[in-house]
Ligand binder design. Structure first.
Ligand code: GLV
Ligand code: GLV
Length: 327
């Protein structure tokens, strides 16, 4: 009895070729256009499938699961985050959920540092100035940013990615790391080494020269950063979010930027995505926005799609997933 797997997008080349060669005992149904599958198509194509390999752009909720039907065994998302998936609904229907942690840690931590450095050193203003012919004689006072040497950095979420960010920051001479999360993590602290401590959010906001958001989006972290929290930060803070846009209340961020409460901001994630070009967020020269490319390297995306295929195949066979979401 052949199983069917719905794949909601064209995958990176190596994995796509694998699908095109054919998976043993599995019929693949695939949305191959170069845009996210429209909801109506998703609901239609999901009907009767045994597995779904999806992306973070595809909402998996009760409506979709109803449309798929009771034979659905596994949802495999090609992402580390799974805030687009209703985990409770899957659990109550005994559908397995797999994600792709680990392989994107380095790429995402690199992107976080990319934003810390480019926001802190005013990359956008510098590049714009060169392009617009505003580059005058070398100036001792022009485009001065802030550097990481001997600074205090606050990391929200000391998971795999948070630890990788902390290690990179050490190489740049950061003195002290404060972190926030559900609980202190002695093992992660030991892995990072040096001065690192679990802190109350208020202390982290007040003392950090740089703040990096590296946590998952959930009920507890939704809008965790808002006008009130931004108001408690240092005036020259570098604030970077490479996790999920929903962790930041964007209207509060825009207000704080307008009022000059933030030194510089670097975002790889926004609400919505894509961010409309008329968003006020794009009007601030001290705010750099990237188009959700945290894990965007050839190596990492290929590793992610391979894991997503492995998770899907295991689930279709009724086996435990190699990378279950709750590992
Ligand atoms: C990217 O944002 C991911 O969750 O993999
Ligand atoms: C989870 O998001 C991680 O840090 O890998």
């Amino acid at each position: 009895n052949r199983k069917t797997l719905l794949v909601t997008r064209t995958l990176p080349q190596a994995s796509q070729e694998r699908l095109d060669r054919g998976l043993d005992g599995v019929e693949v149904i695939q949305w191959k256009e170069d845009r996210a599958i429209p909801r109506s198509e998703f609901l239609k194509l999901a009907k009767g499938v045994d597995g779904i390999l999806c992306l973070l752009t595809d909402k998996i909720d009760s409506e979709l699961l109803d449309a798929a039907g009771p034979q659905l065994k596994v949802v495999s998302t090609m992402s580390v985050g799974f805030d687009h998936v209703s985990v409770k609904e899957l659990e109550s229907r005994k559908i397995l959920l797999g994600n792709t942690p680990g392989v994107l840690t380095d790429a995402t931590a690199d992107t976080t540092l990319l934003l810390v450095l480019s926001a802190g050193r005013r990359l956008r203003e510098g590049v714009d100035a060169v392009i617009q012919g505003k580059w005058g004689a070398w100036s001792p006072t022009w485009l001065l940013g802030t550097q990481l040497t001997e600074k205090t950095v606050g990391i929200v979420g000391l998971g795999r990615i948070g630890v990788a960010v902390a290690k990179r920051l050490r190489a740049f001479g950061v003195e002290k790391i404060l972190y926030q999360g559900t609980k202190p993590k002695p093992e992660a602290e030991a892995e990072v080494g040096g001065k690192i401590e679990f802190a109350e959010l208020d202390q982290l906001l007040k003392e950090s020269d740089v703040i990096c958001v590296c946590c998952a989006l959930n009920d507890k972290t939704q809008n965790m950063f808002n006008y009130e929290t931004f108001s408690k930060m240092k005036r020259d803070v570098v604030f970077v979010n490479t996790a999920r846009g929903g962790i930041v209340d964007q209207s509060g961020l825009i207000r704080a930027l307008k009022e000059g409460k933030l030194g510089s901001v670097g975002l790889d994630v926004t609400v919505p995505e894509p961010l409309p070009t008329d968003s006020e967020l794009l009007q601030f020269p001290n705010c750099i926005v990237l188009p959700h490319i945290g894990s965007g390297t050839m190596e990492t995306r290929t590793a992610m799609s391979e894991i997503a295929i492995e998770n899907a195949l295991s689930g279709l066979k009724g086996e435990a997933l190699p990378h279950p979401h709750n590992a």
